[in-house]
Write a protein that binds this ligand. Structure first.
Ligand SMILES: Nc1ncnc2c1ncn2[C@@H]1O[C@H](COP(=O)(O)OP(=O)(O)OP(=O)(O)O)[C@@H](O)[C@H]1O
Ligand SMILES: [Mg+2]
Length: 338
């Protein structure tokens, strides 16, 4: 009979698996994997998290771009991206959700019929269609969507031929950055060119992590990818936070996994944990987000609390703050994380 390890999380401790092989999208400098250091040095108290952009108060009129990424499948990337986008829009921020996953789950989660789409992110990445022509405006008040369909799977291969293939999304998004307060990118469960494009276009990454056995496996590969993108393609890139999802208080494993991740990412770890909630799982089948489907559910409250943390960490100004900058929305009190 196979022996069970006494500590099921032991193998993932200390991110020792940084030595594992890395996908060939990017080459290791000197043939060796770089060491990740940023996560062990969270921002000092009161230090603005601006990624080289002007801090709050006199910040330029440009969007905060956040990729939700984890190459592990089914960890809550799409659920988090859709609900964060909806909650930010509900607070009067101008939000664009970019679906860069060929599964198009973010697209269908918002009730958009993929079959009826004439233009999608594929046309932007491969056909040089201006991004404005592919965006679906106001899928919800204040929330625009750059949709994806399965045809996007071909882009992973077709992009290889393109010059500056890792920067195609960044270049495409440049003309529309001023039109939004926040742009969220829902990444596919891989570390291929689509994800690298998302990480190159973004300033921040949120890493959703499911509270499950093996949750940390593969995390080192993601950290290595983020490090390489930061070194070679996008020096502004930072981890905004690790977000624990599908927390089940009835198990001993869930708090254990949360503790492990907190010990690695320290203050970068979001304080809010998303519970396992059937309401969160049901909402997309009705083409709804959680504040439409069941605003009183614990899942809705949890995403509301994460939204507060995200607003705080991004240093997003209150919508309607009239300092001549980006936000045009009418005033609505914006909660911030204390
Ligand atoms: N907190 C939660 N409680 C219960 N079910 C959840 C929760 N979060 C997500 N789910 C469900 O788990 C499944 C995977 O979630 P989701 O699609 O958000 O993950 P993902 O990381 O985007 O997956 P993929 O890697 O395939 O893109 C979905 O069926 C979703 O409805
Ligand atoms: Mg997804």
């Amino acid at each position: 009979m196979a022996r069970r390890p006494r500590d099921p999380l032991r193998r993932a401790r200390g991110l020792r698996c940084l030595e594992r092989p890395f996908p060939a999208v990017l080459a290791w400098p000197n043939g060796r994997p770089p060491r990740w250091t940023d996560t062990t040095h969270p921002p000092m108290e009161n230090e603005p998290v601006t990624n080289g952009r002007p801090p709050q108060g006199n910040q330029a009129a440009t969007a905060r771009i956040v990729a939700l990424s984890n190459q592990k499948g089914g960890v809550g990337k799409t659920t988090s991206a859709v609900n964060l986008a909806a909650l930010l829009a509900a607070r009067d921020y101008r939000v664009l959700l970019i679906d860069i996953d060929p599964q198009g789950n973010a697209t269908s989660s918002l009730g958009v019929e993929k079959d009826e789409l004439a233009t999608t992110i594929y046309d932007v990445l491969i056909g040089d269609v201006p991004v404005r022509d592919a965006i679906l405006p106001n899928v919800r008040p204040g929330l625009d969507l750059l949709p994806a369909t399965p045809i996007l799977a071909g882009a992973e291969v077709e992009l290889v031929e393109r010059p500056a293939r890792e920067r195609v999304l960044a270049h495409a998004c440049a003309p529309i950055e001023d039109a939004y307060d926040a742009i969220l990118i829902d990444c596919p469960p891989s570390l291929g060119l689509l994800t690298v494009n998302a990480l190159t276009a973004a300033q921040f990454v949120i890493i959703p992590i499911q509270c499950e056995f093996l949750a940390l496996e593969g995390l080192s590969q993601l950290i290595t990818t983020i490090t390489l993108v930061k070194q070679h393609l996008n020096p502004d890139l930072e981890i905004l936070g690790t977000l624990m999802t599908m927390y089940d208080a009835r198990t001993r494993l869930s708090p254990q996994v949360v503790e492990e991740v907190r010990n690695i990412f320290h203050e970068r770890h979001f304080a809010t944990v998303i519970p396992r909630s059937i309401r969160l799982a049901e909402a997309p089948s009705y083409g709804q987000n959680i504040i439409e489907y069941d605003p009183a559910s614990k899942g809705s409250h949890a995403y509301d609390a994460v939204t507060n943390e995200v607003i705080h960490r991004l240093r997003l100004r209150s919508p309607g703050a009239d300092d001549g900058a980006a936000t045009h929305s009418k005033s609505k009190e914006t909660a911030t994380h204390g």
